[in-house]
Design a protein around this ligand. Structure first.
Ligand code: FBP
Length: 539
């Protein structure tokens, strides 16, 4: 029973490579200089070595008998899992082993903390072959533990020197790639030839820019969520008695919610970025939802589907003010170890924040105090927004005298992060791993690997390396202003959002639901790209 049919099939799936990655290559400049999103002078100060370097790509190496020296390359996963991660390791491993069988890939356990504690495994064919095209990050595990660069960087350098490591590949989101960039710069400043290369990972879809087209994992996760949403839609149509409020993962940005909406056509989807632009309060958002519930109710339709992005409340300005105040209060007592109680917070808050906070359901008000990011700041993504909206709508509808509201809430998050990667994510990750390996062989450091033309068939893809500083802007952090990789939010002028605008009025009252079914690994739709990618890149 160990090897079920689909697992065997996926292990055997032959990932595709663009032609350039099937031959010996050398690295050349594309002639395009990288820039940054933030104030140039400030970012430049943080990255005197890496700033302004050109974007790199591969050209065929026509020399005869190219020799590859043996390398020791370490790889870490960082942050939340995303489908396809194993294939980054597999792609890297296959490449450097095929070029020199004495080369080694070291899988570092549990992200950066494993690196400092020197917990790693030297990967072998046997291990690698168990994870080809398989979801999850369980081959070498992942983590989010914060490591202070002042101690971590010298310790890393020491480890490399002691063990003869040549390079580190960081598979991570914006935070991990920010640290990877800082580490690469630190090594350059210390005249060390140890290389650091990054891979854009996150289901959230918020790492992209004029070069990086998408992060891996977004394609699979949104397909998984959309399958589940579609199933719920059919249930809603079958029993006609429930409204379903569905929160989807994705952190601050609403890319995941938008993609799922474009795929499934819900009656309503909330886009955080739009709500922020309209400067809406929570009660205005509730009113919008209740208006639709009543409009449908008057037509005798008492079911519906609402998609809610995980980061919704971050975009409601009054919540941001509340969070700033809560963060300030919490940070005024850094020595305090026990959690804050809701009642204590009520005593300290003032004005509108007090009104908003004390009006929240007790469970949610408590939750808000519990989740903190690595800087110690309260985060909003863990809040049960689906439940908050249900509770608030119920209250509002009762006030309006409308009693036909039965609501089920759902949260789709973790079930999408480790599914079998789609063919797209399998190929994309394998290509990213191969690309990282080639840059390392060529002595390149300080780049994030990417692929141009991801919406086209795989053999037309063009892999490249983008200098890390391209992603940066200056942001206030614990120790003052720092260059941080920019999280890309939904562009309200972009084609995906404009496409939603075109259809969402129709979807309000007509149940034009679309149940996409499970991810397809064969047949006509096996290589289907995300709608966001197609709309952003093809147009
Ligand atoms: P990354 O930025 O690390 O890829 O995180 C992705 C994510 O799945 C978010 O969508 C979500 O908010 C978060 O991780 C959940 O984190 P955790 O695994 O710590 O609960």
């Amino acid at each position: 029973f160990k090897r079920r049919f689909i697992q065997t099939q996926r292990l055997r799936y032959q990932t595709l490579l663009p032609e350039i990655l099937t031959v010996e290559t050398k690295v050349e400049s594309t002639g395009i200089l990288s820039e940054c999103s933030g104030k140039v002078e400030d970012v430049k100060k943080g990255f005197p070595n890496l700033y302004g370097r050109p974007v790199l790509h591969f050209v065929k190496d026509k020399s005869e008998n190219v020799e590859h020296k043996p390398l020791k390359v370490a790889i870490v996963f960082s942050g939340g899992p995303a489908p396809g991660g194993h294939n980054v390791i597999v792609g890297l491993y296959d490449l450097i082993k095929s070029h020199n069988k004495n080369s080694e890939v070291w899988g570092i356990y549990h992200s950066m903390s494993g690196l400092l504690e020197e917990r790693y495994i030297v990967l072998t064919d046997e291990i690698i072959d168990q994870y080809r095209n398989i979801g999850g990050f369980n081959m070498i595990l992942t983590g989010r533990k914060y490591t202070d660069p002042k101690e971590a960087f010298p310790a890393f350098l020491n480890f490399c020197k002691k063990s003869g490591l040549n390079a580190l590949v960081v598979v991570g989101g914006d935070g991990s790639n920010t640290r990877a960039a800082n580490l690469a710069e630190y090594l350059c400043q210390n005249s060390e030839d140890i290389q650091v290369v990054g891979i854009p990972k996150t289901i959230d879809g918020d790492i992209k820019n004029r070069f990086i087209e998408t992060s891996f994992g977004f394609d699979t996760a949104t397909k998984v969520y959309s399958q589940l949403i579609g199933n719920i839609m059919i249930d809603a149509l079958s029993s006609e008695k429930y409204w379903h409020f569905i929160k989807v993962m994705g952190r601050s940005a609403s890319h995941v919610a938008l993609e799922c909406a474009l795929k499934t056509h819900p009656n309503m989807v909330l886009i955080g970025e739009e709500i922020e632009k309209q400067n809406k309060t929570l009660s205005e958002v509730i009113n919008d939802i209740c208006d639709l519930i009543m409009e449908r109710g008057k037509k005798g339709i008492n079911h519906g589907v609402l998609i809610v992005p995980e980061g919704l409340v971050e975009f409601i300005p009054e919540f941001s003010v509340l969070i700033d105040e809560v963060n300030k209060i919490v940070k005024e007592s850094p020595e305090r170890e026990e959690r804050w109680a809701r009642e204590e917070m009520i005593e300290k808050l003032t004005g509108n924040s007090l009104k908003l906070y004390s009006g929240l359901p007790k469970g949610i008000a408590r939750e808000l105090l519990y989740s903190k990011d690595w800087c110690g700041d309260i985060t909003l993504s863990k809040i049960a927004t689906d439940k908050l909206l249900k509770w608030s709508c119920k209250k509002e509808l009762k006030n309006r005298g409308f009693n036909n509201f039965n609501c089920m809430t759902h949260f789709f998050g973790y079930e999408g992060r480790c599914g079998y990667p789609s063919n797209f994510d399998s190929d994309y990750c394998y290509v990213l791993g191969n690309t990282a390996g080639r840059f390392i062989e060529a002595g390149v450091t300080g780049v994030m690997c990417g692929v141009n033309g991801t919406w086209k068939p795989t053999d037309e893809w063009i892999p490249f390396g983008m200098p890390f500083p391209e992603m940066f802007l200056m942001q206030k952090r614990k120790d003052g202003m720092e260059p941080i990789a920019k999280r890309i939010l939904v562009d309200l002028e972009g084609v995906p959002f404009k496409t939603l605008l075109k259809y969402r009025e129709i979807w309000r009252l007509n149940d034009d639901y679309y149940a996409i079914g499970p991810i397809q690994f064969s047949g006509d739709t096996k290589d289907e790209r995300s709608i966001t990618l197609l709309l952003e890149q093809k147009n």
